[in-house]
Design a protein around this ligand. Structure first.
Ligand code: MN3
Length: 193
């Protein structure tokens, strides 16, 4: 049984970027729904239930599930994984990861270049989805967006952080102003200055 993870900060702790109401609804309603739907679909597959979710996603293509259940599993298993990571990469205080900063600077020329690439990827993603910084199959850093709740694990990549650009992540406060949401989000992403 998967459970909704607790946040280690208050819903209003990220208000510099994300308002308390959005955080509360996002966590207690949206994420909870992914958890519930994931548990429901896995109830039919005793052999898959106790395997790590990351592993199931990595071998998603070869999972033996009814086609409709497989889509439900992808959307909600991905939703649970993506949001569980999302809450932990944000925080009210910066915890800059110097090693990651050095790696990003070397891979993308500069932190500014990286922010521009990642920000544009998030901004230009059409419809619901996420922008991702991942480690690819060769351990190289890569930036891309994925639709809906697709997980980088499905591509054999390890997500480092992702930005949720579903409207439910920002619409209450920002309405259609996704660019402003992205710009402010850097302030609550813990790992980067
Ligand atoms: Mn979301």
């Amino acid at each position: 049984m998967y459970e909704l993870p607790k946040l280690d900060y208050a819903y209003n702790a990220l208000e510099i970027a994300i308002d308390a109401k959005t955080m509360e609804v996002h966590h207690t309603k949206h994420h909870q729904a992914y958890v519930n739907n994931l548990n429901n679909v896995l109830d039919k597959y005793a052999d898959l239930k106790d395997q790590p979710l990351e592993d199931l996603m990595k071998r998603f293509d070869s999972l033996e599930m009814d086609e409709k259940d497989k889509i439900t599993f992808k959307n909600n298993g991905g939703g649970h994984l993506n949001h569980s990571l999302f809450w932990t990469v944000m925080g009210p205080e910066k915890q800059v990861d110097d090693k990651l900063v050095a790696e990003i600077t070397s891979a993308f020329e500069s932190m500014e270049e990286f922010r521009e690439l990642f920000g544009n990827t998030a901004l230009k993603h059409f419809g619901s989805g996420w922008a991702w910084l991942v480690r690819d199959e060769n351990s190289k850093l890569a930036v891309y967006s994925l639709p809906n709740q697709d997980s980088p694990f499905m591509k054999g990549h390890m997500p480092i952080f992702g930005l949720d650009v579903w409207e439910h992540a920002y619409y209450l406060h920002y309405q259609n102003r996704r660019a402003e949401y992205i710009e402010n989000w850097w302030k609550v992403l813990k790992f980067l200055p």
